[in-house]
Design a protein around this ligand. Structure first.
Ligand code: 2NE
Length: 276
């Protein structure tokens, strides 16, 4: 695949393949791709572009270099109330935990998101791969949470979704002991979908993306929303109901309602069956 850059950022790269794949790369390898508020604002922007681009069907989230996917929040700029940005968008000196907004955005994005993990997926970086729909890991990948060691925790998706993914006992082990686990262990636990040699990581991830690109976009969209719905409560119902509205808008029956309003006449729904 020959990637083309769509927009330039400071902390990330956003590229597209030209055949339906968007790739978003966290590019702070000097800190194992730890994120700061700026990184997260940029990631949110790139995911928004990927969502709005109707030629994009699958999004890959990854980290630069073979050493890390992401090592979580940048501890060097962690203030007393969150992570403090120094750049234009976030220089108010107020701490943020805006990775939580990104997690919601990835879950909500109506296209499959694949985490492509080489090296460490640790702390908030581990939760980022967790909220992606699929994870393809290189054989050098290492997974774990560090919260209780560095004075932090993610009790949202970080705890609850982890427990749903690999079971309560294992999720508690990961959080309570702060150990690291290799790719094979993660595979055996169902935390990742496949483990491949590092040099084959992108090739294999693209293969998975291409397989999904051959399938119905609306069926994939509905499945993603359905898998998430129960865990999201009313927000999950809202997303599914929104998709139902979208599909209804595409029907003659809904269009009759719109046309009647615009033409200032009574709608005639008589030809539409009361389905059993
Ligand atoms: C990721 C890990 C295991 C890598 O170890 P290693 O030995 O390969 O590299 P090293 O030497 O530790 O790291 C290389 C450089 O990257 C920096 C290091 O400080 C080091 O810098 P220099 O000494 O070269 O100057 N670096 C790595 N991770 C960083 C980070 N997160 N923040 C700032 N600098 C970082 C190892 O580096 C590691 O364990 N890193 C820390 C992982 C961690 O605890 N992350 C935060 C968890 S809390 C969180 O993410 C969070 C949350 O819980 C809730 C909401 C939001 C965020």
């Amino acid at each position: 695949v020959k990637w083309s850059s769509v927009k330039s950022y400071k902390d990330i790269r956003y590229e597209v393949s030209g055949d339906g794949i968007a790739k978003i790369t966290i590019a702070r390898p000097e800190v194992r791709n730890a994120f700061r508020p700026q990184t997260l604002f940029e990631l949110e922007d790139a995911f928004r572009l990927a969502r709005d681009d109707i030629s994009v069907g699958v999004v890959i989230l990854t980290g630069e270099g073979p050493l890390a996917f992401c090592s979580g929040g940048d501890q060097r700029i962690r203030g007393d109330d969150g992570y403090i940005g120094s750049d234009e968008v976030a220089r108010h000196g107020v701490g943020r935990l805006n990775v939580l907004d990104l997690q919601v955005q990835i879950r909500r994005l109506p296209k499959p998101v694949i985490a492509m993990v080489a090296g460490y997926a640790i702390g908030g970086g581990h939760v980022l791969h967790l909220v992606c729909d699929l994870t393809i890991a290189a054989d050098n990948a290492r997974f774990g949470q560090t919260g209780p060691r560095v004075g932090s925790f993610d009790g949202g998706y970080g705890a609850g979704l982890l427990a749903r993914t690999i079971g309560l006992k294992r999720a508690k082990e990961i959080w309570f002991l702060c150990r690291q686990y290799d790719a094979q262990q993660a595979y055996e636990w169902g935390l990742v979908n496949a483990v491949v040699p590092l040099e084959k990581l992108e090739e294999e991830t693209i293969k998975w993306a291409h397989e999904m690109l051959e399938l119905s976009p609306i069926a994939l969209r509905m499945l993603k929303a359905s898998f998430n719905a129960a865990d999201e409560g009313l927000a999950g119902v809202q997303q599914l109901a929104g998709d139902a509205t979208m599909l209804f808008y595409m029907s003659e029956e809904a269009q009759e309602g719109r046309d009647a309003y615009v033409q200032k006449r009574r709608p005639d729904f008589s030809k539409f069956p009361r389905r059993p």
